[in-house]
Design a binder for this molecule. Structure first.
Ligand code: URA
Length: 322
């Protein structure tokens, strides 16, 4: 199919239309086929507005009713639909007068381009900027949004360096953390520090450590979904402020919450994901799991080290001698 210039295309359509109408008149017709009123109202057909050419759109034939919707206008030529060939003409006709048609092929003006629908106004997503860490810390320390505030000794916000490129996110404080008001200071924390040092990093200067939940769940139970829901906005603001280059998500609760996944840690660990579409996340085992004796323990430790090596590579850190 050859691509015509808009003026040529319109002239061609007009010629076809004239031939079609002449053919109808030859057949004894005194009107043109019409679609039901509702269908016509619904059809946003091409309405050439050029004076003296066509004052109403050629009525589409039945075949056109089943046409796929017209694509968005990209060029004037894509704006014009050809009338269907006579074979598509339905048997029934609505009596009426032929619309006035003044065809002047040689002086055909350029077709009017259907006005593009006005662009919708930009969606205003009123996202409040993250608050400074001291403000968040202060709010967390007096938070009563969930029942965990009733049993806590201290809230647990973070430790390490807020300027760090690497952020570790655990689940929730345990007994030691609740007592000291700092994350990962118990046995799991000691192992975490060993892992951080094995990466050649300083646990106080080179990383930022925090949790999904800021208060200790009684008996170290898993946080309930409503507790996570109440607490997670703090972490989102924390992460936005710290803006780390990489997050290491420790264990199922952290991975599931940060990434919105229910895929278990054994399947997802070691695979790069994105937090909020922009910060790379490395899911790995929680240090508490690595401390627990099990047939998988040594393999899990090896895998966790593999995951941390991937993090080092991502951060451009050289492999420390082991
Ligand atoms: N486990 C965690 O997930 N976080 C802590 O702070 C301590 C233990």
């Amino acid at each position: 199919m050859s691509i015509l210039e808009p003026r040529e295309e319109l002239a061609s359509i007009a010629a076809s239309l004239r031939a079609y109408l002449e053919w109808q008149v030859d057949c004894g017709s005194s009107g043109i086929p019409r679609r039901p009123r509702e269908a016509r109202a619904a059809a946003v057909a091409v309405q050439p507005t050029t004076p003296g050419v066509v004052t109403s759109a050629p009525e589409p034939t039945i075949a056109e009713k089943d046409d796929p919707p017209a694509p968005p206008l990209a060029s004037p030529s894509s704006n014009v639909r050809s009338p269907a060939p006579p074979s598509d003409v339905p048997d029934s006709f609505t009596p009426g007068t032929l619309p006035p048609i003044m065809l002047a092929e040689s002086t055909m003006p350029a077709p009017a381009v259907r006005a593009k629908p006005a662009a919708p106004p930009p969606v205003q997503t009123a996202v409040a900027p993250p608050r400074p860490l001291p403000v968040l810390l202060s709010e967390v320390s007096s938070c009563t949004k969930c029942g965990l505030h009733e049993t806590r000794t201290n809230t647990v916000f973070s430790r390490g360096n807020p300027e760090a490129k690497l952020c570790f996110v655990g689940e929730a404080p345990g007994a030691d953390e609740d007592a000291q008001g700092l994350p990962f200071v118990g046995r799991a924390g000691q192992l975490l520090d060993k892992m951080i040092k094995a990466m050649g990093l300083d646990p106080e200067k080179d990383v930022y450590v925090c949790n999904i939940i800021k208060c200790r769940p009684p008996n170290n139970r898993r946080p309930e979904p409503d507790e996570v829901a109440m607490c997670i906005p703090y972490l989102h603001e924390q992460i936005a402020q710290v803006d780390p280059k990489v997050i290491v998500a420790l264990g199922n609760t952290s991975v599931g919450t940060l990434l919105g996944t229910t895929v278990g840690i054994t399947r997802v660990r070691g695979t790069w994901k994105l937090y909020r579409g922009k910060i790379p996340v490395m899911p790995t085992y929680h240090p508490s799991y690595l401390l627990r004796p099990s047939p998988q323990q040594s393999e899990a430790k090896r895998q966790a080290w593999e995951d941390l090596q991937a993090v080092m590579k991502e951060l451009g850190l050289s492999k420390p001698a082991r």
